[in-house]
Design a protein around this ligand. Structure first.
Ligand SMILES: CC(=O)N[C@H]1[C@@H](OP(=O)(O)OP(=O)(O)OC[C@H]2O[C@@H](n3ccc(=O)[nH]c3=O)[C@H](O)[C@@H]2O)O[C@H](CO)[C@@H](O)[C@@H]1O
Ligand SMILES: C=C(OP(=O)(O)O)C(=O)O
Length: 418
């Protein structure tokens, strides 16, 4: 297992360009399987999860070429409907290929992904949604198989606005006969990005970004080229790193509107956030914060994103006052509280709610990244702490952050990967 070694106490100053969004790239790579001719995707981040998704596409019979952040996919000859078990185990987002495989080959199978460090993460809503389009479902001995001669559009009400289930359904519906209407659909920017990609391939998608999405399926979809949106969670992570350490940061390729809840809370405690023209956001953080209790509840978009909750908790350690975080999306996503306590943080937490006593000094220690965003939170806390913080589980963090150590070092921080 690799580590990040962070020596705290340095100010951040500089500018960085936000990479393409992991959580948009993964479903869009899967959606490329729907096309009857090659697809070219731009701004695909160089991340471990993307490597695994490309392995999945190759295993299914697609041709894939990659040069920097450009990925070319020829899905014409896909022949395998079963997602290899070892790839499902490596990354639960492999589940995104179920909808496209079912639509292209009439059959799709995979092992059931297990839970992970942040919760059980069942796929019942994905499967329910696909059966509503006419697929027959067989579940046995930990594996799932879906079969459909022909998918037919339907009205599908999701009992929870699951991002992944909405995406799987949109992809299958794009090649189904007739119209599909998704009620209580997820509204995240990554849903809108997938919708735009499907439209570029010839599907008709209306209402993406609202809770009511309509998709008119087409007999075939054609390959296209498409540029992925910037990673709002990567942007939030760097913004919170500067807010936690003091200094100035210019984020290029950052769509400020994709982060509701973040900028307002930063401004509330005195961070100067300038949302300029051309997707540039400038953040100037004070050295000290006033006593200001903050409370945050995560929720589906446009609620406060669960994927920035851990990093926000690390930032709150800097702000004097007693703060409250409640995690409402995943049932077990506060594991970082225990690791932050190793740095001297005063946090009381159960599985869903944490009280954070901010404004107290932190000191470096050895900690472990239990999940991707928990790891990012520990890096932020390490930047604030006196002395050296060694974060093990570097590979977990690199699932979602490209060149984290180089980026932070370039901004003046002392972060080494080893
Ligand atoms: C690759 C990707 O884009 N991942 C994101 C996606 O994950 P993901 O798509 O897995 O998240 P969902 O929105 O589906 O999950 C939200 C909640 O719904 C539950 N649920 C989900 C599906 C299902 O079939 N049954 C069920 O009960 C989950 O356990 C969780 O409690 O959205 C999450 C919520 O914004 C983000 O944290 C993840 O980073
Ligand atoms: C939880 C995340 O991703 P995934 O759904 O791929 O585990 C994340 O991006 O924070």
């Amino acid at each position: 297992m690799g580590e990040f070694v962070v020596r705290g106490g340095r100010r951040i100053d500089g500018r960085i360009t936000v990479h393409g969004a992991k959580n948009a790239a993964l479903p869009i790579l899967a959606a490329s399987l729907l096309a009857s001719s090659p697809v070219t995707l731009y701004d695909i981040p160089r991340l471990r999860d993307v490597d695994v998704m490309i392995e999945v596409l190759l295993a299914l019979g697609a041709r894939v070429e990659r040069s920097g952040t450009t990925v070319w996919i020829d899905p014409r000859d896909i022949h395998t409907y079963a997602v290899p078990a070892e790839l499902m185990q490596k990354m639960r987002a492999s589940i995104f290929v179920l909808g496209p495989l079912l639509a292209r080959l009439g059959r799709a199978s995979a092992i059931q992904p297990g839970g992970c460090a942040i919760g059980d993460r069942p796929i019942d809503l994905h499967l329910y949604a696909l059966t509503q389009l006419g697929a027959q479902l067989t579940e046995e001995a930990g594996s799932t198989e879906l079969v459909a001669e022909r998918l037919r559009g339907a009205q599908v009400h999701l009992t929870y606005p699951s991002v992944g289930a909405t995406e799987n359904l949109m992809m299958a519906a794009a090649l189904a006969e007739g119209e599909t209407r998704i009620r209580n659909a997820a509204m995240e920017p990554e849903i809108v990005d997938l919708a735009q990609f499907l439209e570029r391939m010839g599907a008709v998608v209306r209402g993406a970004g609202t809770s009511d999405i309509r998709i008119v399926g087409q007999p075939t979809l054609t390959g296209t080229d498409y540029q992925i949106i910037p990673d709002r969670i990567e942007a939030a992570t760097y913004a919170l790193a500067v807010a936690a350490t003091g200094g100035r940061l210019v984020l290029e390729n950052c769509i400020a509107d994709h982060l509701p809840g973040l900028w307002g809370r930063l401004r509330e405690v005195g961070v100067d956030v300038r949302d300029g023209e051309g997707d540039v956001v400038e953040i100037v953080a004070p050295d000290r914060y006033p006593v200001r209790p903050i409370s945050v509840h995560t929720g589906p978009y446009p609620g406060f994103a669960t994927d920035m909750q851990a990093q926000f908790m690390a930032f709150l350690l800097k702000v004097p006052g007693v703060h409250l975080i409640s995690e409402r999306v995943f049932e077990n996503r506060l594991g970082h509280a225990r690791e932050l306590r190793r740095l001297g943080a005063q946090i009381i937490a159960d599985q869903r709610v944490a009280l954070i006593y901010g404004g107290k000094p932190l000191r470096g220690a050895a900690v472990t990244a239990g999940d991707l965003r928990a790891g990012a939170a520990l890096v932020i806390a390490g930047l604030m702490a006196e002395g050296e913080t060694v974060i093990s589980g570097r590979e977990v963090i690199e699932r979602g952050y490209e060149q984290l150590d180089q980026n932070l070092s370039q901004l003046g921080a002392d972060v080494v990967a080893r």
